[in-house]
Design a protein around this ligand. Structure first.
Ligand code: AMP
Ligand code: GLY
Length: 425
């Protein structure tokens, strides 16, 4: 069958690898894709938020399965657009509709959902322009640090951790009154800071049934030792040593099952990935946030460990047959190191020629921000440029292989963290 994959990051390159490994895949199209996905299928330069154009493409190219990587088209309602048309509704589709994508699209909605269904999370209150005076009073008395979250999508920048009451008051005003994050911060969630260690749990749902994918941990800060600015993610490991069977059982009982139950109660038939960002506080799991997609770079560490036929897994998600699927997981550990452009997550240059790919043996190379030049060279084309994943018997060994290969790949202004997995070395 012909398959369309939406997205252009390292996550999508990892998806593309899995989809094209399946005998069920005839041609894979990636919209818009990158230099890595171009090696596995055909990149299509259509904007995924232009739903009529995506729909026309799917009809013309006889697409039978559509998998959506990033959140934006989902939050904007791409699934609903497809479901509303008799012909488009025939296409197997992985990714929730707007009603489910709100789990990521509105932090206020997801906090209220967690409260309603008893999912452990930090205590919170939500404020708007109408209640900003109360909000300021509330934040002045709040324990420190205090977490301020823009309700809507803010390109990963909408969470502020304030260390003083003055800072929190200023930021709250900036978010609500000055629209610091545009409409996304018309509502602000103020919540308690949780002290603990984070991990990412991914649940694949078919509307009724679910499977829990391998757990991962990503390293969000730009600097070694988790210092400096927040990024999209500088590396990941899977599995996570502290997320053992006992911990994962708690996650299943206290978080995944009430979440699945709650979605059903709300009448939301969720078909796609739920990314549960967790904080382990004294070994007890609390939800930081939900996302309606897979994580990046967690996907680059999680997907290579999944041994099932991936097209069959996606079809089971779309058809509601996940109860018939038994996940087969590679017991080896995966470690991903992200090569980025110096300056990221702030200003950086791009367009540098990349080389030495063939010398990085023993690792999977997932392109994140790359493109092919007119004379067929691979150029850096983003802040996050290339994810290097290695599988080995231990995390330590997997990190070592990825690090060696991270040294070998060359492009001007390359930077990467040498300490991915440091807590477990
Ligand atoms: P997000 O942009 O939603 O991924 O959040 C960014 C990061 O902020 C999370 O990965 C956590 O490290 C941190 N964070 C968010 N909420 C809390 C909280 N309540 N307590 C501690 N850290 C938090
Ligand atoms: N790595 C975190 C995310 O994808 O949001």
């Amino acid at each position: 069958m012909n398959i369309l994959l939406i997205g252009s990051g390292g996550r999508e390159h990892a998806f593309a690898e899995q989809l094209t490994k399946s005998a069920h895949c005839s041609t894979l199209y990636i919209m818009p894709g990158n230099a890595g996905t171009a090696q596995l299928g055909k990149n299509i330069s259509i904007n995924p938020n232009d739903f009529p154009a995506v729909a026309e493409f799917c009809i013309s190219y006889d697409i039978k399965l559509l998998v959506v990587g990033p959140e934006e088209p989902l939050v904007r309602g791409i699934r609903d657009y497809f479901e509303a048309d008799e012909k488009l509704a025939q296409i197997a589709f992985v990714g929730p509709g707007q009603a489910g994508a709100i789990m990521e699209g509105s932090k206020d909605w997801s906090k209220a959902f967690m409260l309603k269904y008893g999912v452990p999370t930090a205590a919170y209150q939500t404020f708007t322009a109408e209640t900003i005076t109360d909000g300021i009073e509330y934040v002045k008395k709040h324990s420190l640090p205090v977490v301020l979250k823009a309700d809507g999508l803010a390109a990963g920048k909408g969470v502020l951790i304030c260390q003083t009451h003055e800072e929190a008051v200023d930021e709250l005003s900036a978010m609500i009154a000055d629209k610091k994050f545009g409409d996304a911060s018309k509502k602000v969630v103020i919540e308690e800071f949780m002290f603990g260690i984070e991990c990412s749990v991914f649940v694949l749902m078919d509307g009724v049934n679910y499977v829990i994918l391998p757990v991962a941990k990503d390293y969000k800060r730009i600097g070694e030792g988790e210092t400096g600015l927040n990024t999209g993610g500088m590396g990941a490991i899977s599995p996570v040593p502290f997320a053992d069977d006992v911990f994962m059982q708690k996650v299943k009982e206290r978080i995944v099952e009430p979440t699945v139950f709650g979605l059903n109660q709300e009448g939301i038939s969720y078909k796609g990935f739920v990314f549960v960002g967790l904080m382990a506080v004294n070994n007890e799991p609390f939800v930081i946030e939900y996302n309606c997609r897979m994580g990046d770079p967690e996907t680059e560490a999680v997907l290579p460990r999944i041994q099932n036929d991936f097209v069959e897994l996606m079809m089971a998600t779309s058809n509601g047959n996940l109860n018939e699927v038994e996940l087969q997981i590679d017991p080896r550990a995966a470690a991903t190191i992200m090569l980025v452009s110096k300056g990221y997550p702030e200003d950086y240059e791009k367009g540098f020629v990349m080389s030495n790919f063939e010398e990085a043996s023993g690792s999977k190379l997932y392109h994140a921000g790359t493109k092919i030049s007119d004379n067929n060279q691979i150029l850096s084309n983003g802040g996050r440029v290339l994810a290097i994943t290695s599988l080995a018997d231990t995390i330590q060994e997997a990190v070592k292989i990825s690090r060696e290969n991270a040294e070998k790949i060359e492009f001007e202004n390359k930077y990467f963290r040498r300490d991915i997995g440091f807590e477990f070395m």
